[in-house]
Design a protein around this ligand. Structure first.
Ligand code: ATP
Length: 241
């Protein structure tokens, strides 16, 4: 479960990127975080994960405060950031072992999980190459594997499907569904409304740092019955920010 309580973030002293945001993301559901460019999605995710300091408010991950109980809070989640260009000088397998060491995953279990997810995401042949040599999609997949092998209860994913080939995108969506089915939390940002419609239990629509809608897509469609597509509903909702 993720609780975001009256959270704000100001850049440069004047630009309020996130404005008194309140959200309760339950366990057992996939929540899509949708909004136009510059809406405040990445800023919110960076505050949830302790990358950016929160100016006002508080965020709890499975009840642990990211501000005052940071280490315990960080043990609750895995993050796939919007930019997967990390640890470029490591080989894929070195990166995965590094992450597994941090999360204290024993060697037999990590071997089993690495083999399983490498096969699923078609990364077996690339594990002994440096991340520097990977394509954008492969970098994305090695970061996703780093999250999967540690099995944190909360997954936070910033546009995880961007750049993935259809087979890998399909596999990741199945993994997200399975993770939520087991009672875990999946929170991911996307620009692709069709993905949100097929995958999410609920969506959060954000613009100018404020939540404009939070609920099921059925509830959203019921509220905007006169609009004939999800795209037109989305444009109508964000126009009122
Ligand atoms: N480091 C920064 N310094 C100053 N302003 C920033 C910084 N990072 C983001 N912003 C501004 O804060 C606002 C929210 O940006 P953010 O990256 O959170 O949006 P986003 O919803 O993730 O957008 P996108 O969909 O384009 O990735 C934007 O107006 C952006 O220009």
């Amino acid at each position: 479960m993720i609780e975001i309580k009256h959270v704000s973030k100001v850049y440069g002293g004047t630009h309020k990127a996130v404005d008194d945001l309140c959200l309760e993301i339950p366990s057992g559901e996939i929540i899509g975080f949708i909004g136009p460019n510059g809406a405040g999605k990445t800023t919110t995710i960076k505050m949830m994960t302790g990358v950016l300091q929160i100016d006002e408010g508080e965020i709890y991950l499975n009840g642990k405060s990211i501000t005052s109980d940071t280490l315990e809070a960080k043990k609750q989640f895995g993050i796939v950031p919007d930019n997967a260009d990390i640890f470029l000088r490591l080989k894929g397998i070195e990166y995965l072992n590094f992450i597994a060491d941090i999360y204290q995953i024993d060697s037999a279990l990590r071997k089993e999980r690495i083999e399983h997810y490498a096969k699923m995401l078609e990364m077996e042949a690339a594990l002994n190459d440096k991340i520097l040599s990977y394509s954008h999609g492969m970098r994305q997949k090695i970061v996703i594997m780093g999250v999967l092998i540690c099995e944190p209860s909360i997954w936070i994913l910033d546009e995880p499907l961007t750049g993935l080939d259809p087979q890998s995108a399909f596999s990741l969506k199945e993994l997200m569904r399975e993770h939520a089915r087991k009672g875990n939390t999946v929170f991911f940002s996307t620009h692709v409304l069709e993905t949100a419609e097929k995958l999410c239990d609920k969506v959060v629509i954000i613009n100018k740092g404020k939540v404009l809608f939070y609920g099921t897509l059925d509830a959203l469609k019921a509220q905007y019955q006169n609009f004939d597509s999800l795209e037109s509903i989305f444009l109508e909702v964000v126009s009122h920010a």
